[in-house]
Design a protein around this ligand. Structure first.
Ligand SMILES: *Cc1c(COP(=O)(O)O)cnc(C)c1O
Length: 448
């Protein structure tokens, strides 16, 4: 099995026919301003007509290198042929019956597969919803039902979604929460591990987190701790070694449910099935979404059978939850992951990016920290020798990259992180070109 198609491998550099955005995109964008509220943001107003592997083609005929993959969704490449074939074949048979009315086998089989591949050999159960935020909400429901406790602890720099409950769990008020309160009660944020900024080792950072949990919340009321093993929107923050496992151990000793939000980092993205494995974690609940069906909407909640059965029959579900077409696509994703090929690609991408960024950092001291795993790599831009964020520079780099046909995402609580979240179909040549474009942007700043 291969992750790339003939068309996508032939292309090593973007092919631009117009300025970015081109005239047709600009026309549609003007209509959008009238038709769509501004709260629905827009990173790059190029309107997409077709996508393939690591490439997106816009309405002006420009072919752009996509290093964001719809925020880590099309991990196995845009329009991955086996995924598309599975979805098409399912479309011809059944599009919807509602699993809680008249069920279908492919849901049960995907539950079995997720339960088999998430960390830990204990008995597990899985169910499906439509989005990452919905998965987080359901994990909270289950943790509360299981423990009979109220409070949910989330980490600083976390992002968990845009629903009412998940807004209360996010680190950043703007733009995710601004004006949208009142927020859900009994959600507390506690310090995380952020080695570049806090200078703490894993044990020290965990001790600080646990002190907050014990003193500000109290174990008697704490239902769950939720953590992204590698924080996504927060800027691909990799916690110090030992941090997460110490936190998990404390949670299990205190009857607190440990939830791993693997929505961005899971399912092959970091070179393992789940990022939890990188830290030796065996979470009580594991949340998946983004990459699970390579572009179709689906999310999963997997966890210890005894915890998962805490909800009453009918308490979990949703009209579109576990749509059979999304599930068919997810099976094709699992087939590819089980072949092992994606993990090798993630390792290759990690090496190419870390080497290239290391070189960049030697020439440009604004590259203050390089971190991440697999195809989830980022660098943080700071005033040389300090942790003072250079958010403007991240924006400039992303804008320059776009003008050269490379779609790069920014991230981070301070807006000063450039993140690479490419599909695993991206080639070493593609990565080299992207790094060249970033170097151009950094060099022009040094001259200015
Ligand atoms: C994207 C994301 C979510 C929210 O998922 P949606 O599908 O956008 O609701 C939650 N957690 C993490 C870590 C994410 O990256």
């Amino acid at each position: 099995m291969t992750l790339t198609t003939e068309v996508s491998t032939a292309l090593q550099r973007p092919e631009l026919r117009t300025a970015i955005p081109g005239p047709k995109s600009l026309k549609i964008h003007a209509r959008r301003q009238e038709a769509v509220p501004r709260g629905v943001g827009c990173a790059l107003p190029v309107y997409i007509e077709q996508a393939d592997g690591a490439w997106i083609t816009d309405v002006d005929g420009n072919r752009l290198l996509d290093l964001g993959s719809g925020i880590g969704v099309t991990t196995l490449g845009h329009t991955q042929p086996t995924v598309v074939a599975a979805a098409k074949s399912q479309l011809d048979r059944v599009t919807h019956t509602l699993f809680t009315v008249t069920p279908y086998e492919n849901y049960v089989r995907l539950a079995e597969r997720l339960s088999a591949h998430t960390p830990g050999a204990h008995a597990k159960k899985t169910f499906f919803v439509n989005s990452g935020a919905e998965a987080v909400e359901n994990a909270v429901k289950i943790a509360r039902a299981h423990t009979g406790r109220r409070v949910i602890a989330a980490l600083d720099h976390a992002f968990h979604g845009r629903t009412n409950l998940t807004m209360a769990m996010n680190h950043r008020a703007a733009p995710y929460g601004t004006g949208f309160g009142p927020f859900a009660p009994d959600v507390q944020r506690v310090p995380n591990s952020y080695p570049f900024r806090d200078g703490l080792n894993g044990e020290q950072a965990a001790a600080r987190t646990i002190e907050y949990l014990e003193q500000r919340i109290g174990v008697a009321d704490l239902a769950a701790v939720i953590a992204e093993p590698i924080q996504g929107e927060g800027g691909f923050i990799v916690p110090a070694p030992g941090y997460l496992i110490t936190l998990q151990k404390w949670a299990s000793e205190n009857g607190v449910v440990f939830i791993a939000d693997e929505i961005q980092a899971g399912l092959g993205r970091t070179g393992t099935w789940f990022a939890s494995e990188l830290f030796g974690l065996v979470p009580d609940l594991v949340l998946t979404a983004k990459g699970i069906a390579d572009g179709l909407p689906l999310a999963g909640i997997t966890g210890r059978a005894a915890i998962m059965d805490s909800a009453l029959p009918g308490g979990l579900g949703g009209t579109f939850a576990g749509n059979p077409v999304s599930i068919a696509a997810a099976h094709a994703v699992f087939d590819l992951l089980e072949s092992g090929a994606p993990f090798a690609e993630a390792a290759r991408i990690e090496e190419a990016l870390l080497n290239g960024l290391g070189e960049l950092a030697r020439k440009h001291p604004e590259v203050g920290d390089i971190r991440g795993r697999g195809a989830m790599i980022a660098f943080e831009l700071t005033e040389p020798g300090t942790t003072t964020p250079l958010a403007g520079l991240a924006t400039e780099i992303a804008a320059h990259a776009a003008s050269r046909g490379v779609l790069l995402l920014t991230a981070g609580s301070y807006g000063n992180v450039i993140r690479f979240l490419p599909s695993l179909a991206v080639s070493d040549e593609n990565i080299a070109f992207a790094l060249e474009v970033i170097a151009e942007a950094l060099a022009s700043r040094n001259q200015a």
